[in-house]
Design a protein around this ligand. Structure first.
Ligand code: ZN
Length: 138
């Protein structure tokens, strides 16, 4: 588990700025559709990610999951919010795969440019999750 930190929680505009900064590191030579994400943990840490494409297209990874998996790899399991930023003028929202991946760790606030913040549960209602596996004993 990461050490507890007692920094003040970033506000939405701070998280969007962190996502913008992360977007600068996106690797998207095929689509030129660069995305950045900033994931706020419940301990106040901000873990960023950017999309990473690959010549084998399906191998690419979204910014949101890049941030999520990096956060998990560093011991985080509880999240407050994620901010995502795409190309200028694009009102971006997480893809279905990212919604599912994020929902594994519970609900969080999704902060998007030019749109209202929304709870993840509103973007992926009745999500498949660990409770479904528990019924079968898997
Ligand atoms: Zn995605």
């Amino acid at each position: 588990m990461p050490k507890k930190s007692w920094r003040p929680m970033p506000i939405a505009s701070d998280l969007l700025e962190a996502a913008r900064e992360a977007r600068r590191h996106a690797y998207a030579p095929y689509s030129n559709f660069t995305v950045g994400a900033a994931l706020l943990t419940k301990t106040g840490d901000v873990i960023t990610g950017a999309n990473v494409e690959n010549a084998s297209y399906p191998v690419g990874m979204c910014a949101e999951r890049t941030a999520l998996y990096a956060a998990v790899a560093h011991g985080h399991r509880s999240f407050e919010a994620i901010a995502i930023v795409g190309p200028e003028g694009v009102a971006l929202t997480p893809c279905g795969a990212c919604r599912q991946a994020l929902s594994e760790f519970g609900d969080l606030r999704v902060i998007r440019e030019r749109q209202d913040d929304v709870p993840l549960r509103d973007l992926l209602p009745d999500a498949f999750g660990p409770r479904h596996l528990a019924r079968t004993g898997v």
